[in-house]
Write a protein that binds this ligand. Structure first.
Ligand code: HEM
Length: 257
């Protein structure tokens, strides 16, 4: 069927087109698509337009190919859920104060029931998530799955990767030990070398001129409230786009029809 015709509607302009003039229109098209690009829309509407079943495949895949995705997106998502669940448990015990934070972590390790295992699952889960998201991004790059019509999924993905890294960085300070203190001192000093805005950025990150109570509180609020909210919103967008773009791009470049 006319897959090529449908694809070309959303394709980037060829050389010689008004690349700059067409930019706003092309960005708009990559974000809001009126139709799914890969199949006859009327066939998929009963599933894709229904809130309760829209996450299910419209039709079963003929040849599910584990070797194509390596399950890395699903692994990233699973690790995020594990890290979120263990993080929520630790919220019951942790106190974001320079007086108490370190002792709370020591107690969590030594005396609180299941404290050590919950903390370790959270730490290792977070390290694993950084690795899995990075490898997922490499997989998407090497299979060329970022190409139209999936360019907006790639852009959301870049933000997901950044949010994952900022999660790790802000979590690092919360233990309030020597490693955390000096790691944050070095990181915020590097940010201070940003051209023009360096001092402002450093001041905003620290909440002052040195790492202290204000910094700990800021990193805590980012880690337990702002970043989770951002992550869940971006993940929702990511999965919505994957569905609207007709599922996964295939290894050999052929789209599902
Ligand atoms: C928390 C981070 C992320 C999660 C949980 C996630 C989850 C997923 C899942 C479950 C899929 C389905 C296929 C698969 O399992 O590989 C997928 C596909 C995709 N992801 Fe992600 N992802 C994340 C980050 C990223 C990043 C960092 C990028 C790129 C910068 C990205 C770009 C894409 C693209 C373009 C697809 C469609 C791939 C295709 O059609 O073959 N994602 N993602």
């Amino acid at each position: 069927m006319g897959t090529t015709d449908k694809k070309s509607k959303n394709a980037a302009p060829k050389n010689g087109g008004h690349v700059i003039m067409d930019l706003p229109k092309n960005i708009y098209r990559s974000v809001i698509r009126e139709k799914t690009t890969l199949r006859d829309q009327s066939e998929s509407e009963p599933v894709s337009d229904n809130f309760f079943v829209h996450v299910l495949p419209v039709s079963p895949l003929e040849h599910p190919r584990f070797g194509y995705t390596l399950g890395l997106g699903v692994i990233s998502m699973s690790l995020f859920l594990i890290v979120a669940a263990t993080g929520m448990l630790m919220l019951f015990y942790y106190v974001p104060s320079t007086e108490q934070a370190y002792e709370r972590i020591v107690d969590l390790n030594a005396t609180v029931s299941f404290g050590r295992i919950v903390r370790n699952i959270h730490r290792w889960g977070a390290h694993g998530m950084v690795a899995a998201v990075f490898l997922h991004m490499c997989r998407v790059f090497f299979t060329g799955a970022y190409k139209p019509p999936r360019e907006f999924s790639w852009v959301i993905g870049v933000f997901l990767f950044l949010v994952t890294l900022v999660f790790s960085y802000t979590g690092y300070l919360l233990t309030w030990d020597q490693l955390a203190y000096w790691g944050t001192t070095v990181g915020t000093s590097i940010a201070g070398y940003t051209p023009i805005l360096g001092d402002t950025i450093q001041f905003l990150m620290l909440g002052g001129t040195t790492v202290g109570q204000e910094t700990l509180l800021r990193f805590y609020v980012l880690h337990v409230f702002v970043l989770p909210l951002l992550m869940v919103t971006l993940l929702g967008l990511h999965f919505w786009r994957i569905r609207k773009d007709g599922g996964l791009a295939y290894q050999n470049g052929n789209e599902r029809d």
